[in-house]
Structure formats: structure tokens, C-alpha cells
Design a binder for this molecule. Structure first.
Ligand code: ZN
Length: 59
């Protein structure tokens, strides 16, 4: 089993690695599957969007 450290992909994302992208004064969550969250003014809110996305996708 090779470790995948450095890719920034957590095992629990299961193919949905979400990142927070800053765009001007706004942030939004983006996923490797192509999903994109709504623009947020708070970075923490964008992360919550991403967490909700990975949580809603199971299988
Ligand atoms: Zn996804």
C-alpha cells in the first residue's frame, strides 16, 4: 500500500477532493468531479459547502 501524501486527497473524500478557491473577494468550494459550490464571502463557509458535497455523495 503506497501512501498518497502530498496530493491533498483525503481517503474519506472517495474521489471527491474538494478545495477552496479564492476568486477576488469571494471563495467557493470546487471538487475534482467538476462540482462547484456557490461563491461565499467567508472561506469557512466555502469549506462547509465542500464538506456538504462530499458528505452528500456516497457511492
Ligand atoms: Zn465531487
Amino acid at each position: 500500500m503506497a501512501h498518497r501524501e502530498g496530493l491533498g486527497v483525503s481517503p474519506d473524500t472517495d474521489g471527491h477532493p474538494t478545495v477552496v478557491v479564492e476568486q477576488g473577494r469571494f471563495c467557493f468550494a470546487r471538487c475534482g468531479c467538476g462540482w462547484r459550490g456557490p461563491a461565499r464571502r467567508a472561506r469557512s463557509q466555502a469549506r462547509t459547502d465542500g464538506a456538504g458535497h462530499t458528505g452528500s455523495v456516497s457511492g
